[in-house]
Design a protein around this ligand. Structure first.
Ligand code: 4AD
Ligand code: MG
Length: 462
């Protein structure tokens, strides 16, 4: 008999038919006459109830059916008398694939804390919470591809190993095959990378943007969607050392077009999740955050506020609020500032533009005032910065001057500067941190809980 996934079993047309179900036991309870098993196979947040009539099964047969064990049951699907479920399976046959010794299986039925589950990241996908989060994460990945593909963007694969620091922030992981106990040296005592695997010093990429710009100035509109790596020692609920980023880049786009794209894009993703992951979102809302659905819906309905950094600073200064980090023109905003603007002042998402050039990356288009650049950060409730982007400096002279002023090694950037030497055009793009989007949509509060196997300072287990 063909297996029915649990997500498909609640179809009223199946009532009365014989079914075959496979999955992991969540709970077993009952008495000597009847035993009830809640079975989950990961296809949905819902469990199917299996009813064992103990006139037809022995205690010995049911003994290995404990929380965490994997079983296969065939039987008749019938309407359920019990509350909380529409149908259940009356078991005819039972096959046990794998047991899970109750003495040692860590996920017993009582609710575990998220902190505890982080230490059991190899098993936590089997919990309701992580099942829901991972299904939503998967749906959001589909939403992202669908959004861009429907609009004629091409999916560009940018390299993960690179010799350039795209953000100029220096927080990169080195990639080397040199013997660290016996490093080759140049005459002046520095490490000789010419004998390294790539013949030069290389790292894991912090962003695919620079190569994305090469794609955009050829294909017109591209997006990347892949892992990025940052060796910043930020132990916060919003930073990972390995995270996924989506970076669209579009030729002939100015910052206004870029803001419109960012707003449409996020709204599309949130709506996609509400339309496709209702059960999972409702579950997370009940468990963790009763305002979750209202917050998701309000993002869809509200137009994002568009505001310059300078005006944002004014609002923060005049708020009379005591912030942990000081506010002044020129300061980099921290998430308490961003969240004040979004959650308390405007009560909806904010796109902040035209930041001081000193706190932004070298590639951003310089404004006429000589002080600011055409940057745009999208700030979200609960999250703070969810997107960072800009219009790009398309002038060869201005860009190479900026690279020189900042002391970025020009020889490494020759290929990037060629986009400005040959057929340069106005263009813009942004990066969305995928896990920050998943955080927002799931209502989870720690970024370690929205990626299957988080990488953070001091932690690369699993
Ligand atoms: O603002 P960022 O650093 O911008 C860039 O990397 C640009 N190259 C993007 C572009 O214009 N194409 O990073 C973009 C987004 C942030 O807004 C944030 O959502 C996320 O990436 N992000 C992180 N997410 C998790 N952990 C970290 N350590 C992150 N750093 C940035
Ligand atoms: Mg940023």
């Amino acid at each position: 008999m063909k297996r029915t996934k649990i997500v498909d079993i609640f179809d009223p047309a199946l009532i009365g038919s014989d079914v075959s179900v496979k999955g992991w036991v969540r709970t077993r309870r009952g008495n000597k006459h009847v035993q009830f098993v809640a079975l989950n196979d990961g296809s949905t947040i819902k469990n199917i109830q299996i009813v064992f009539d103990m006139a037809r099964f022995t205690d010995e047969q049911l003994k290995p059916v404990t929380t965490g064990s994997a079983i296969h049951v065939t039987g008749k699907l019938v309407e359920s008398m019990g509350k909380g479920q529409t149908c259940e399976v009356q078991a005819d046959t039972l096959e046990v694939y794998g047991t899970a010794d109750p003495e040692v299986y860590p996920l017993q039925k009582k609710g575990h804390t998220l902190e505890f589950l982080r230490e059991k990241a190899h098993l936590r996908p089997r919990t309701n919470t992580f099942g829901a989060v991972l299904r939503i994460r998967s749906a959001l990945a589909m939403a992202i591809h669908t959004f861009f593909q429907e609009r004629g963007f091409f999916y560009l694969h940018t390299p993960l190993i690179t010799a350039s620091d795209a953000e100029g922030a220096g927080a990169m992981f080195q990639v080397t095959t040199l013997d660290l106990n016996d490093l080759p040296r140049t005459e002046d005592g520095k490490i000789d990378y010419s004998s390294d695997f790539f013949g030069k010093h290389t790292s894991l990429t912090v962003s695919g943007q620079l190569e994305g710009e090469l794609g955009a100035t050829a294909l017109g509109a591209i997006y990347t969607f892949g892992p990025t790596f940052r060796a910043e020692n930020s132990n916060t609920p919003r930073h990972l050392a390995e995270f996924w980023m989506i970076e669209p880049e579009v030729a002939f786009f100015d910052i206004k077009d870029n803001m419109d794209l960012a707003e449409d894009f996020i709204k599309y993703c949130v709506k996609y999740a509400l339309d496709h992951c209702r059960d999972d979102i409702e579950f997370l809302s009940q468990m963790y955050d009763e305002n979750l659905i209202a917050r998701l819906e309000s993002v869809l309905k509200d137009e994002f506020v568009r505001l310059s950094y300078s005006d944002g600073i004014k609002i923060l200064e005049e708020s009379g609020k005591k912030f942990e980090f000081p506010v002044y023109w020129g300061a980099d905003l921290s998430s308490e500032h961003e969240r004040y603007l979004v959650e308390e002042h405007f009560k909806r998402p904010v796109i902040l533009t035209d930041y001081p050039k000193e706190i932004k990356a070298f590639y951003m288009k310089q404004n006429e005032d000589g002080k600011t650049v055409r940057a745009m950060d999208v700030l979200f409730p609960q999250i703070g910065e969810i997107i960072g982007g800009s219009e790009r400096e398309e002038s060869y002279e201005k860009l190479s001057q900026r690279i020189e002023d900042l002391g970025i090694p020009m020889k490494d950037m020759w290929w990037y500067l060629d986009t400005r030497r040959f057929g340069t055009v106005p263009h813009s793009g942004f990066g969305l941190g995928f896990e920050r989007l998943v955080l927002f949509v799931t209502g989870m509060t720690n970024i370690r809980d929205v990626i299957p196997f988080p990488r953070t300072p001091g932690n690369a287990e699993f």
